[in-house]
Ligand binder design. Structure first.
Ligand code: SF4
Ligand code: SF4
Length: 214
């Protein structure tokens, strides 16, 4: 033990230093907040709950099943199944096993249609694994839940067009992607199937008077 250590121990130098720091911090503004009554402002680009952006024109998801997100995902937690219906490719199944996700955001960056987003929603703890396994319907519901509480009428995720990436090399849809509405957009009424023209009511057959011959 050195002389310095002995002096420190005798005069309780380390304890005095700690007490000095405590008194100093007592006079500064508290950095803690009373969660959940108080919440911090979420910074743009926070990567939270996954969602499928609802297309304002169709009211559905914008995924075209290109598989880029699934191929890019380092956690391999995106499962997509496609099928051909009337010569058109349709995404039959799109699932994200969010418990395996590492929230890297690559799936959002790579998506050519900006269909996917990691929203700023962070409160989604659950009691079962199934609740954090997002299928297509859940992903759309996640968007509706997030959009309905979002403080502005429009939303743009910074990972749809990340900083430092040459936009001229992006596909058209990604290049032109602007903010999306967060409030419900009235959908055009679906065309109703034509009903056959109603037939006019049949006239009752005219009575033909027959004269009885005497
Ligand atoms: S954020 Fe990363 S780990 Fe999570 S689903 Fe997307 S690509 Fe996969
Ligand atoms: S990258 Fe986008 S469009 Fe392609 S499969 Fe994934 S979510 Fe769908």
């Amino acid at each position: 033990m050195t002389l310095k250590d002995i002096v420190n121990r005798f005069f309780l130098i380390e304890i005095l230093k700690g007490m000095a720091l405590t008194f100093k911090m007592m006079c500064t503004r508290a950095v803690t907040i009373q969660y959940p009554k108080q919440r911090r402002k979420i910074f743009p680009g926070f990567r939270g709950k996954h969602a499928f952006v609802r297309d304002a024109k169709t009211g559905k998801e914008k995924c075209i099943g290109c598989m880029k997100c699934a191929n890019m995902c380092p956690a391999q937690c995106i499962y997509i199944t496609k099928t051909k219906i009337e010569n058109k490719m349709v995404v039959e199944k799109y699932d994200i096993e969010a418990l395996r996700c590492i929230y890297c955001g690559y799936c959002v960056e790579v998506c050519p249609t900006c269909a996917l987003v990691l929203t700023e929603a962070y409160e989604y703890s659950a009691y079962t694994k199934d609740e954090i396994y997002f299928n297509k319907a859940k992903l759309l519901q996640n968007w509706d839940d997030f959009a309905s509480t979002y403080p502005a009428d429009e939303y743009f995720n910074k990972f749809w067009r990340p900083d430092g990436i040459d936009t001229s090399k992006m596909v058209k849809a990604k290049k032109e992607q602007g903010p999306v509405p967060t409030r419900p957009v009235p959908q055009p009424a679906e065309p109703q199937p034509e009903t056959p023209a109603e037939k006019p009511p049949e006239k009752p057959a005219e009575k033909t008077e027959t004269k009885e011959t005497e």
